[in-house]
Write a protein that binds this ligand. Structure first.
Ligand SMILES: C[S@@+](CC[C@H](N)C(=O)[O-])C[C@H]1O[C@@H](n2cnc3c(N)ncnc32)[C@H](O)[C@@H]1O
Length: 227
């Protein structure tokens, strides 16, 4: 059965996806681009890049590829940083949907950037691709519950699942333990979510939590450090 998918505009003008059957969007409707830049790039990648030059990232939910695109741009702009990007997606979006997303236009990107964005979506699954000298990209066509490829390797997790109110089973201790196993000690997890049960689950897995200012429209976000 095919999913019903709508491309809509969020408040900062950037696109996001709305799933009517789930009544859920892929990003904050207050601003998709602003949310990704704030939560994942500023509070995750930029924060870690001040401390180390080689960073392995695991993203839960590739979706539109917005976080991957912003990370690739960061790598292009910071040639001293080497990024290994791993991302999971069981339900890939069709290219015709991807072509309706306006991220490259919002970022005032070139034709080359548009090609880079589409390449992220078109290249093969479950294989490692060196897209730039300092950006190595692998996307896995799988669910988190079936993923055990990485062990003690990840420096930074972009935990970008649908909200706990829509997909509670992504935020359980069992799922978070899978993520924790992939992470190095002192690795960092960032997410837009500040849900109480989620935070208690992270604490039960020995994460230290920092509550940070959220993106527009959201008071708080979470950064967890695996201890
Ligand atoms: C909130 S969206 C965010 C996607 C993406 N980061 C973006 O910026 O577009 C959540 C994503 O998680 C994916 N997803 C759903 N179930 C999943 C599972 N069991 N394991 C991994 N990803 C899942 C969805 O298909 C969707 O692409």
């Amino acid at each position: 059965m095919s999913r019903k998918i709508e491309v809509i505009a969020s408040d900062d003008g950037s696109s996001t996806i709305f799933l009517p059957n789930m009544n859920e969007t892929y990003h904050s409707t207050h601003g998709a681009l602003q949310e990704s830049e704030h939560v994942f790039i500023k509070k995750g990648l930029s924060y870690l890049a001040e401390k180390q030059e080689e960073i392995t990232i695991l993203e839960i939910g590739f979706g539109t590829g917005l976080n991957a695109l912003l990370t690739q741009i960061f790598a292009n702009q910071n040639q001293n940083i080497k990024i290994h990007y791993h991302t999971l997606e069981p339900f890939p979006l069709d290219l015709e949907v991807i072509q309706q997303l306006n991220y490259v236009e919002c970022l005032k990107g070139s034709k080359e950037l548009k090609n880079e964005f589409e390449t992220l979506h078109q290249i093969s699954w479950n294989e490692c691709h060196q897209l730039n000298p300092n950006f190595i990209f692998t996307k896995y066509h799988t669910k988190l519950e079936d993923f055990d490829t990485l062990l003690n390797e990840v420096d930074l997790v972009y935990f970008d699942a649908f909200a706990p109110s829509r997909q509670a089973d992504m935020w359980t201790i069992e799922q978070l333990e899978r993520v924790a196993k992939a992470m190095k000690s002192q690795g960092i997890l960032v997410t837009y979510c500040a849900n109480g049960q989620f935070k208690r689950n992270l604490k039960a897995l020995d994460f230290e939590l920092e509550m940070l200012d959220g993106p527009p429209g959201k008071r708080e976000m979470t950064r967890g450090i695996k201890s």
